[in-house]
Design a protein around this ligand. Structure first.
Ligand code: B1M
Length: 235
């Protein structure tokens, strides 16, 4: 599309389906302001924040991911797309957290050492907060000590780890082994996630569960907390 044609598009005049398609294009092009505008328009039209997140933002990022994989997009473009996505997520974050749910548990989460991908982790944090969990986000590139120190300092229930690279996912086992070594493995529920992981890997490294996406992370965390409360009630 020519620049002129691009200039002519008025997002607020597009019907929902075309607006979402346009947001896919804008995310692809790393246009943060347009993404923020699109999110606000969908909110004004009554879309639930979670629907905007999954259908417009994650949907758009999937296209970016595929073209990155296929060598059509490169790191600088993907960084711009990630930045645009973060702009949209920042608007949705307080709305997702606005449920007024009571505190159900506390989670420490971070991306593992050597890995700087944080979009998925941030999404998990947002969804967990939205479901009433208190979340301590350690950011990216975390060594085992960083997780262990935070778990102790925060009196957390859950450890969440994210890895997006096949080269960094084995580090999750290093962290779990460090918990075992300190004799505190059973004090925490360990949940792991990230695109290259699967159920089998989660089991093999000794995690309590692998979470395919943020929604599964919330459901799994809730289930583990319910079990913990039942055990405590049973004495
Ligand atoms: Co990177 N990168 N990247 N990258 N990147 C991938 C992961 C890759 C699959 C792309 C590809 O080739 N197809 C590939 C990995 C290949 C492999 O390991 N087999 C790859 C590569 C190779 C690299 C570099 C090495 C590229 C280079 O420099 N040559 C480099 C590594 C840097 C490093 O970490 N040391 C790199 C860099 C980058 C950017 C900086 C440009 C950028 C990251 C920006 C940022 O995060 N701030 C980036 C991006 C954006 C991607 C892709 C395109 C998108 C990732 C993403 O954000 N997805 C990605 C391709 C892809 O995954 N299709 C790719 C959207 C997000 C919502 O999904 O993160 O899967 P995801 O999170 C989901 C679930 O996985 C789950 O829930 C989330 C929400 O539903 N989940 C959890 C995730 N963490 C969880 C934790 C939990 C629970 C669930 O705990 C409880």
């Amino acid at each position: 599309m020519s620049d002129d044609a691009e200039d002519d598009i008025i997002l607020s005049e597009l019907p929902d389906d075309e607006l979402v398609q346009q947001m896919f294009d804008d995310l692809y092009d790393g246009l943060k302001e347009e993404i923020e505008e699109g999110v606000n328009i969908l909110l004004e039209r009554g879309w639930e924040p979670y629907r905007i997140l999954t259908e417009a933002l994650v949907g758009g990022m999937t296209i970016v991911g595929n073209d990155f994989r296929d060598g059509i997009l490169f790191v600088p473009e993907v960084l711009l797309a990630a930045n645009a996505m973060k702009g949209g997520m920042a608007i949705l974050k307080p709305l997702l957290a606005e449920t007024g749910a009571p505190r159900v548990g506390k989670m420490v989460i971070g991306t593992v050492k050597g890995d700087i991908h944080d979009i998925g982790k941030n999404l998990v944090s947002m969804m967990m907060e939205g479901a009433g969990f208190e979340v301590v986000d350690l950011g990216i590139n975390n060594a085992a000590d960083s997780y262990l120190d935070a778990l102790a300092a925060e009196d957390a229930d859950i450890l969440g780890m994210s890895a997006l690279l096949t080269t960094t996912m084995p580090y999750m086992k290093v962290v779990i082994d460090a918990l075992v070594e300190k004799g505190i493995r059973d004090d925490y529920t360990v949940l792991v996630g990230g695109a290259p992981l699967n159920e089998e890997f989660g089991k093999a490294i000794g995690a309590d569960a692998y979470c395919r996406d943020a929604a599964v992370a919330v459901e799994t965390a809730k289930a583990f907390m319910a079990r913990k409360h039942n055990q405590m009630a049973a004495g």
